[in-house]
Design a protein around this ligand. Sequence first.
Ligand code: F6R
Length: 611
Amino acid sequence: MCGIVGYIGDKQAFPILIKGLKRLEYRGYDSAGIAIIGEETNTFKIKGKVSDLENFVVNEDTSGNIGMGHTRWATHGEPNNDNAHPHTSTHGKFIVIHNGIIENYSTLKESLLEKGYSFKSETDTEVLANLIEYFYLKGGVTAEEAVRFALQKVSGAYALVVLSHDEDDKLIAARKGSPLVIGIGDHEYYVASDATPIVEHTKSVIYLNDFDIAILKKNELSLKTIKNIKITPKIQKIDLEISSIEKGGFDHFMLKEIFEQPETVLNTIRGRVSAETKTIQHGGILSVLPQIVNAKRLIIIACGTSWHAGLVGEYLFEEFARVPVEVEYASEFRYRNPVLYKDDVVIAISQSGETADTLAGIRLAQDAGALVIGICNVVGSSIARETTAGIYTYAGPEIGVASTKAFTSQVTALTSLSLMIAKEKNTIEQSLYENLISELVEIPSKIELILQQNEKFRAIAAMYKDAENFLYLGRGFFFPVALEGALKLKEISYIHAEGYPAAEMKHGPIALIDKKMPVVVIAAKDKSYDKIVSNIQEVKARKGIVIAVVTQGDTVIRKMADHVLEIPKSHEALAAILAVIPLQLLSYHIAVMRDCNIDQPRNLAKSVTVE
Ligand code: F6R
């Protein structure tokens, strides 16, 4: 949430900052701003998108070789020009951009008001700018020291970049809880919330750790802790292609990412699942394999779509590896004083690897002595770094705010992991194990077949684009798919949608059914097929509209349902990966037809780094 970018070097900062902000816009898009040091220091900020900022400054002086930019997802204070970043301190000595939340901002603000500081915005960030200035003006300290002193007084999360009026040859960047990456160019440095604005300039990066402070000058980088202890920078190479962060001819990132799924699922299993040798090897967890195999319980923690993937994981691990599993919303888990044992293994699932609640859940579990492994998409992310071992999903950058390819890759990783553990524990028959491996490697080509039906999904979307409510039903492996289908629809089309276990319908939601409400039933062939057929009949008996996801060739449901969306035949444990794809496309087309902003839905942002 909130995107940060900074540049210092010989080039003009403005085009780099604007392009960088556009790349980061998925993190927040309610206002944008820049500050650039040229002949003098100029700050421009405005409510709206980065393109609004670009238009706003068209006749302004934006020249200069040092600068920083911000795209906001509002926490403190509504989206407006005043609350947009950068924020300048009362006496103009410091300019700050920030991602995160300063939790003790109101106490700090009161004390700064008493000291004569004034505030133009409602943000916590302006408090930070004034606090830094307060320490600076007390005298005898450098800008860097003032930043360090201020940060020692704040609680909460921050990634920030600071410009100093008096020391205008540097950028000061610091992180705690929110991500920040430094890019190392040729006599130049970049700083950003993630590598996407950096990758076209350099592949050499440093990921800041919590409590790190980086001082960036044109020809010099120094890295310290908040307590002024020098750190040797760990330079890493990023493996990110520009094409992977561009739309590549698709109208939206979300559509591109849906269509990438044959490739991204393949990337998740590549080199890990072998149909030839009938083996599964997740190298990233080998060091802790005995602990996972001997775990008395698995606890999966995640948020949103990743939590839905975790629910599929519960069914997989219980079915094949015969280990009890609990799936927890990280935000509930972390605040609940959960009972944890040393032989529990916690699996944290996250696309971004930066979700604040998931990170906090990891730390809590580690403090209790549990082993925590991660299933993460973003390489080098905080969750990837803080977990003891893990699996990268390798789905590539997901830029559309609504998660699609991350989900199918997460479920693929969970499927292969559950089979690997089952094999180690001897809880799965060899023939079933081998059969599932063969089926798993066929999933990418089956996804391809589903994507070929896109036009059909669009036609169904056109019929129901004006519906006010949707219900999604599924059983077993398809219950989490129902939840995910409903989430996709509500977040991008703003249609109210609920996901339910199909059998629960008669305990309440059945009262909602009438001839106006589409009910999406995930009814591919599985062991509760007959039961879901009965559920469809119950909906039809009440004149509900049924859109059913069925296994190709199903003739029974075809006769009852108003529409069928076909997926290729596969083992029920793998069909969750397939069944979600028609639902992603249905939501996508409905949202397009309702003229919604697909990649930047209202109020949302990718990578929820606030709690
Ligand atoms: C929904 C969506 C969110 C994320 C959630 C967790 O489409 O994208 O619900 O799944 O914010 O994010 P990660 O997986 O990055 O931890």
